[in-house]
Ligand binder design. Sequence first.
Ligand code: ADP
Ligand code: MG
Length: 253
Amino acid sequence: MTPLLEVSGVSHSYHTMEGETKALSHITFSIDKGEFVAIVGPSGCGKTTLLTLLDGLAVPETGSILLNGRPVTEAHGRIGYMFQRDHLLEWRTILENVSLGLEIQKRLTPQARQELSRMLDAYGLGEFSSSRPSELSGGMRQRAALIRTLALKPDLLLLDEPFSALDYQTRLTVCDDISSIIRQSGRTAVLVTHDLSEAISAADRILVLSPRPGTVRAEITLDFSGENSPIRRRNMPQFSAYFNLVWKELKTQ
Ligand code: ADP
Ligand code: MG
């Protein structure tokens, strides 16, 4: 099977008045359809840069990124990007917010609108479809942001530290919610985080990046005997073993 995403020998630098910052070096990995991959690494190691390249928003200095065998820069609309902040618009209701992507792409048909209402119901936001973002909790806002992204039915979903603005307790619940929504929808996802427990609790596989310039230091496939709930995984004996393994990779200089 050809992988959905193929990243080969990607390096990238930023050039500013102060000089050159090498952000990523020789990154190679691939992701199969339906996989949930987490990328962990210290702050500043190039995680957001990597997602920007995967999204085709920037072109790598060297190397190639293919989605379904074609350059990712030609994959318009096939990739969904969820940011650290939810970017919900206060002057729009929740239903109008989740409709935004489809509206921009001129795909907001009556059926699409109905499907959005169904998704809001399914993900516990049905009663809030006419509310404004400020009336929702942080976790509910992140769920709305996810629905807005999933509505576009992307082949690949990119999540950049989506829980980092939430307090610890909310973060655990929202991570559970959001990973189960992603798994139910059968989407392929890349979750970037600096929180290794989050990565271990949610993903099928983890890529550990080194400090800047980011290189792939280790690739760890997680086996939780089919258990996909992040909260339940945290109580399984494998969890601490994986934690130690990833921690050791992160710590190595
Ligand atoms: P992470 O998301 O892992 O924290 P980033 O990808 O945001 O890391 O940044 C990697 C490195 O590249 C950092 O040293 C950062 O300062 C630098 N960097 C990021 N964006 C830019 C930019 N637009 N211009 C110059 N340097 C940048
Ligand atoms: Mg970042």
